[in-house]
Design a protein around this ligand. Structure first.
Ligand SMILES: NC(=O)c1ccc[n+]([C@@H]2O[C@H](COP(=O)([O-])OP(=O)(O)OC[C@H]3O[C@@H](n4cnc5c(N)ncnc54)[C@H](OP(=O)(O)O)[C@@H]3O)[C@@H](O)[C@H]2O)c1
Length: 169
């Protein structure tokens, strides 16, 4: 099974190309709780946006890059979406999480049936240049649930939503 997990601004912005748009400690805790113990899939740029470019602890970190010479300690490197799909198909009992960034979310959304979307209602303090596909504009996706609103010390208000792909009969 493959799911995506992401934090978005009101216009589905996710980053400025270097980092994320908000500092949301409550969301980081939620992200850790949901993904811990599961393999996480990311683009090379997202890995390099982490502190020290280091992989996330307690999870297998699978990184997509076209660079055949790329290596990083503690990381499983994959060079194409097709190779990634083979890896996922070979491990049917595992729950993989796509964790970004923009390029990788867009490429792997067709593989996902569930998206865990932290929906921030407060405008981002910096301008987004990287976006998640706007699920509210896709007929194939529906918001199944949303938590009550949480407020961070910096005033950002957000909800933890779960979006599901509609079943087609
Ligand atoms: N808000 C959130 O929840 C969230 C989550 C994660 C990231 N982000 C943000 O998203 C931004 C980064 O996103 P991004 O779109 O710039 O980069 P990205 O998706 O993290 O990584 C893009 C890289 O992935 C590799 N790649 C892409 N398609 C591939 C394919 N078909 N086969 C093999 N490798 C492939 C390429 O690496 P090479 O160039 O090495 O070939 C490409 O440069 C940052 O601002 C980050 O903070 C936000």
């Amino acid at each position: 099974m493959v799911s995506a997990i992401v934090a978005v601004s009101p216009d589905w912005g996710i980053g400025d190309g270097k980092g994320m748009l908000y500092r949301l400690p409550g969301d980081l805790k939620y992200f850790r709780k949901v993904t811990l113990g599961h393999p996480v899939i990311m683009g090379r740029k997202t890995l390099q946006s982490f502190p020290g470019g280091k992989p996330l602890p307690g999870r297998e970190n699978i990184v997509l890059t076209r660079d055949r010479s790329f290596t990083a300690e503690g990381v499983t490197v994959v060079h194409s979406v097709a190779a990634l799909r083979r890896l996922v198909a070979a491990r049917p009992d595992e729950h993989f999480f796509v964790i970004g960034g923009g390029e990788i979310y867009a490429k792997l959304l067709p593989d996902c049936d569930t998206c865990y979307v932290t929906m921030v209602e407060t405008e981002a303090p910096i301008e987004a240049s990287v976006f998640f596909p706007d699920l509210s504009k896709k007929r194939s996706w529906v918001m199944e649930s949303a938590s009550e609103a949480h407020t961070e010390e910096n005033g950002a208000v957000y909800r933890f939503a779960v979006w599901r792909r509609r079943r087609t009969h």
